[in-house]
Design a protein around this ligand. Structure first.
Ligand code: DGT
Ligand code: CA
Length: 577
């Protein structure tokens, strides 16, 4: 019997989207590519089972699925393969697929570079830029050439780092395996991962052991590990199958707290601690703490901080951003925890580009123990994401009223993620805006503005009486897209002046508002909403990454709007109009 690989709706959508890009890369008629994008979007919204539709030969009845695409999806579902896709992929130079990762370089431009200059790899492209070949090229110019060069530089930098969420999962697996081993006395994650930075270079682990050689053998033999680049009794360096590098430091148990403090960092925090120790007549390093050559025994990090006259500083705060002064005064924040979160705003449903029904999202949030959610599908200008028209809003509000009755005391707030138009206006007239419990204002297009223009545009939106909060304030996609030009301090000041909330988008690709600016927002009294921006039920769990970054941004539960109870949120939102 031939076994057919399992095909899911998600994998079909992904392949259709890839075909759309491959068609553009091969210079095909743009309509053809758009047809595949449309089909993918319509399948995303489909609330029927795709595999049954194919089995019943009813797929062509779905909007946006023409005869050609029907045939291809059917082939894919029935055989687990698609000849057309395989052939397209094989015909595209590998380098063109890699070039797609250069910020600001799309498939159309890559095709043009190929036909006009024969460029097949990033290296050739970089060379062509240095030779100024793009300046005179149709559709390019000096500015585009500069942007592409800057993009290549970013890509090189991006390659060295990974998203926190991606690395954390592997690190936990390593940690669990080490905790199980009899040669380990104490073990902890260290480095940027322990400090919860939004991107990390590698995994740092510190362990104490009475038998370092046996521990090194055990570690290098773990199934996750693909290659060993260094193996001694104090340090083992490996590369995981996913390409992530990991360092394990092995120390005597008496050194453990000192090594952990040192390898947690940050470097700046360590330097500041060392300076403080020196002023107190102490010496500190990764092996211990001394006063006039006499070793001071510390069994934990708490005890090291104690001898330095400091309260314990949570690892997230160790960035030399004022934490040492606060620890001295005893004024460190009581950081927000995931259990403090009472409800979630910024949730999409299949009314716009979400994959789940409204009730599906309600059930998922209830199961996670939340008291309420705030639904915010896209607004009308976001046609690419199925933005809501007036009739859709009425329909959604009717459904919310029914579900609120059915699921009492759980509560659904009626919201919208309104595009901020280029002039700073929201995407509906005041009469429609007045019908929502909350409005999230968001930039989704027209990114290429000057800093003054973009800042003015967002400030306009914040001054709108119907705006409740600002979504992903810089628009960055970590390691993929730089933020648009915006004066974030001015935005925070304006939010403070008009009593508006700023989102901390919890999607691990965004984590925007940046934690460094959370510190400033808190100082200004601006409330933060930690929002999952979920497009499917599993996306609600992204709240976890948002809480980590909120902690790193010094936020306490009183700073976060979604730590309020259902009744408090009702009261808060009703005050606004
Ligand atoms: P990453 O890996 O770039 O995401 O960030 P970290 O902080 O994990 O950096 P990494 O892996 O180079 O080093 C881990 C820790 O070791 C770092 O946070 C502090 C400590 N460390 C490393 N190099 C130095 C140094 O030159 N001076 C001091 N004081 N500490 C250092
Ligand atoms: Ca590191």
């Amino acid at each position: 019997m031939i076994s057919i690989p399992a095909v899911t709706k998600e994998s079909v959508i992904k392949i259709l989207e890839e075909i759309a890009v491959l068609l553009e890369l091969s210079g095909e008629n743009p309509f053809k590519s758009r047809a595949y994008q449309n089909a993918a979007r319509n399948l995303e919204k489909l609330d029927k089972d795709l595999l049954s539709l194919v089995a019943e030969n009813k797929l062509a009845e779905v909007e946006g699925i023409g005869e050609a695409i029907n045939k291809k999806v059917t082939e894919l579902v029935q055989t687990g393969k698609l000849e057309y896709y395989e052939a397209l992929k094989a015909a595209i130079p590998q380098g063109h697929l890699e070039m797609l990762k250069i910020p600001g370089l799309g498939p159309k431009k890559i095709h043009a570079l190929f036909t006009q200059l024969g460029i097949k790899t990033i290296g050739e492209l970089e060379y062509a830029c240095h030779e100024n070949r793009l300046v005179e090229l149709k559709g390019f110019g000096k500015k585009t050439q500069d942007n592409i060069l800057a993009g290549i530089e970013k890509l090189k930098l991006y390659k060295e780092r990974r998203l926190y969420a991606e690395v954390e999962v592997s690190a936990q697996i390593l940690l669990n395996s080490l905790q199980e081993n009899e040669n380990v006395i104490r073990v902890s994650i260290a480095g940027s991962l322990r400090r919860c930075t939004e991107t990390v270079k590698d995994i740092d682990i510190v362990a104490s052991s009475a038998n370092p050689a046996a521990l090194a053998d055990y570690f290098t033999g773990l199934p996750l590990i693909a290659a060993v680049s260094g193996k001694g009794t104090t340090k083992v360096s490996v590369t995981l199958q996913s390409g992530i590098n990991a360092d394990l430091r092995i120390v005597h148990d008496a050194e453990f707290p000192h090594a952990l403090l040192h390898f947690t960092g940050s470097k700046e925090h360590n330097t500041a601690l060392r300076g403080r120790a020196k002023n107190m007549g102490l010496k500190i390093n990764e092996y211990g703490l001394w006063k006039a050559e006499k070793n001071i025994v510390c069994r934990s990090e708490e005890e090291i901080f104690f001898h330095l006259g400091l309260k314990f500083i949570p690892p997230e705060l160790r960035e030399d951003m004022g934490e040492i002064a606060a620890a001295e005064k005893g004024s460190l924040p009581v950081l927000v925890e995931e259990k403090d979160i009472r409800g979630l705003f910024h949730i999409h449903t299949n009314f716009s580009d979400g994959a789940e029904s409204l009730e599906g999202m309600v059930q998922a949030a209830k199961k996670m123990g939340y008291q309420y959610i705030g639904i915010s599908d896209h607004s009308q200008s976001a046609y690419y994401a199925g933005g809501l028209k007036k009739e859709d809003i009425e329909k959604q509000h009717k459904l919310i009223a029914e579900l609120n009755k059915k699921h009492t005391p759980f509560y659904i707030f009626r919201g919208i993620e309104s595009d901020i138009l280029p002039d700073g206006n929201l995407d509906y007239d005041d009469k429609i805006l007045a019908g929502f419990d909350f409005v999230i204002a968001a930039i989704h297009g027209n990114f290429n503005m000057s800093e003054t223009e973009m800042t003015g545009r967002i400030k306009n939106a914040l001054q709108n009486p119907y705006t409740t909060m600002l979504a992903h304030p810089t628009g960055r996609l970590l390691l993929a897209r730089e933020p648009y030009l915006v004066n974030i301090m001015e935005i925070i000041d304006t939010a403070a002046q008009y009593g508006k909330i700023i989102e901390l988008n919890a999607n691990p690709h965004r984590l925007d508002l940046d934690w460094r600016n959370c510190i400033y927002a808190k100082k200004k009294g601006v409330k933060i909403s930690i929002n999952p921006d979920a497009h499917h039920a599993a996306g609600l769990a992204d709240i976890n990454w948002g809480v980590k970054i909120a902690r790193k941004g010094w936020l306490e539960k009183t700073d976060c709007i979604n730590c309020l109870s259902r009744e408090e949120v009702k009261e808060y939102l009703s005050r606004k109009f």
